[in-house]
Design a binder for this molecule. Sequence first.
Ligand code: COA
Ligand code: AMP
Length: 631
Amino acid sequence: MANGYDATYAAWQNDPQAFWAEAAQAIHWTKTWDRVLDDDKPPFYRWFPGAETNTCYNAVDRHVEAGRGAQAAIIYDSPVTDTIRTTTYSELQAETARCAGMLRGLGVEKGDRVIIYMPMVTETAIAMLACARIGAVHSVVFGGFAANELATRIDDSAPKVILSASCGIEPGRVVPYKPLLDGAIEMSSHTPNACVILQREMETAELIPGRDHDWEEAMAAAQPADCVPVKATDPLYILYTSGTTGIPKGVVRDNGGHLVALKWSMKNIYDVDPGEVWWSASDVGWVVGHSYIVYAPLFHGATTILYEGKPVGTPDAGVFWRVIQQHKCVALFTAPTAFRAIRREDPDGALLKNYDLSKFRTLFLAGERADPDTIKWAEQQLQKPVIDHWWQTETGWPIAANCMGLGPLPVKYGSPTKAVPGYDVRVVDESCVEVPRGTTGAIVVKMPLPPGCLPTLWQADDRYVESYMAEFPGHYKTADAGYQDEDGYLYIMSRTDDIINVAGHRLSTGGMEEVLSGHADVAECAVVGVADQLKGQVPVGFVALKAGVDRDEATICQELVAKVRAEIGPVAAFKTCTVVARLPKTRSGKILRGTIGSIADGTEWKMPATIDDPVILDEITEALRAIGYAK
Ligand code: COA
Ligand code: AMP
């Protein structure tokens, strides 16, 4: 007999538009759609054209009207500031309306962009919802990026207002945001009309008269603003993500499709009910934070935990268990790296024994490949299902998962299970022909993508087509490679581009190479992702110096490490760099980054047939050994 997953997948396949029209019944619309899908201009598809709605209304106001006003909407748990703050749905409504009014007062109208460069505090979620409330388009920038990255985003999205805070908090250090913000505005050609700064007591920022406003004062002076209807197809947000060059891609999310997909996912994938407490231990600066710290749990009327801390060291490797127990959390979503960090500190789970996790049902992992070892360890410790699932910034919600709400399928270690209803996933060769089961190929999704996925890139339709649609016509290129087994389980093995995943953070090695190349002494360089026991992967840089440079190599490497930190940010985790005489290349001059990576990891590799000079690989192996790789 077919289980719930098979039946639901078949129902979707049978009539995708009827499937999504039914899911859309769970959303409040101020105007219904003319048709479910506009497929007149492939590869540009639009879900629910003609419909109008408001994302903030669906996340906040409708729950207050339905009697959830006194329920906790957001629990801010911050071990780094020793604070726990609960915001009920009623309070969230009031604060969001006021924040929306504050933005209006600063001239923000429907369609205007607002950059949010803020740490993991309740106000960040309020800011996002406030933008949605008045139809403004937010673009959240992760706090671990440097001024340069922020400047790129300011120039691309041209925000009318920037919302920021005086500082973020990393274990053992306060990260002042204001100098980064000021530096970014100075660097960018676009200038925002105003900045609003949330002053935190650990570090207050000096405000620039005429441009900067104090958050508290501006909120106090604001008139609350109501939700305005927006088109289902209007943009809700832009989230920049690493592309194959240093210029990030502005992934656009619409309002209607996003509402429908995320609301559907909470029960059907995550098996969470309204009123329950859900925790996504990520950062609002990443897509996981957008979708599963802020939007999806609130669309669903659940309580979401917003956690400002780390899995270890704040104060110890028992903190995840403390949060789950204290807030009666039913499910946790995080990256495998967090569990590797906990395991490293507390391999026998001694700290876990101090906590009551009886309410806890499921652990979900995503953001990077979940190694079977980590999954098994988590299963043993928690004695609960541990579910790997696969998705991307571009899709905004899972492409493949074990859909717990539809009835779990047997877990196969190393696989995020099967395609989620809505996604027609295929593994293909270069000619877009499906490869036999068990054979590795490029993973693509047959168009159209389901609601919630990117309709395009911000003001870059051509780049959207070129990045995702050109190589496999009629299909979305995930840029992941892997295979499908006989039972249809997917295995996501590697990226086909220059993206690496460092502690669940998506980074472009090409972007780092651009920074290294900018150093006066560097002739050419390569940055390669190598395996790391904690972070999954870390970047390692190889530089060949210009002829005649005779400065100390160690000093040059230190400068390069500092340069990446200053220009991309600490999150790049670029700490290892080495000078080599030459880089291995093909005869056509392409650097053999994949081969360097395999040598570093000690995995099997074949001498590339097109290599120009094989001796260089011996030199690279030596260089890798000297820095602790290629053992
Ligand atoms: N603001 C400023 N700096 C930040 C930052 C932020 N929001 N987030 C990270 N950084 C800094 C860190 O302090 C670190 O700086 P350092 O080089 O001075 O030590 C650097 O960026 C690298 O951060 P990270 O790779 O996260 O390493 P870490 O050692 O601080 O923590 C883990 C390692 C595994 C504990 C951590 O990555 C983690 O908790 N990951 C959980 C998963 C997650 O959040 N994934 C996101 C997508 S789901
Ligand atoms: P991001 O856009 O930051 O969410 O990163 C997306 C990329 O992370 C994917 O393209 C994959 O390469 C990787 N990824 C995310 N989840 C998984 C997973 N469950 N298994 C393997 N890789 C994953």
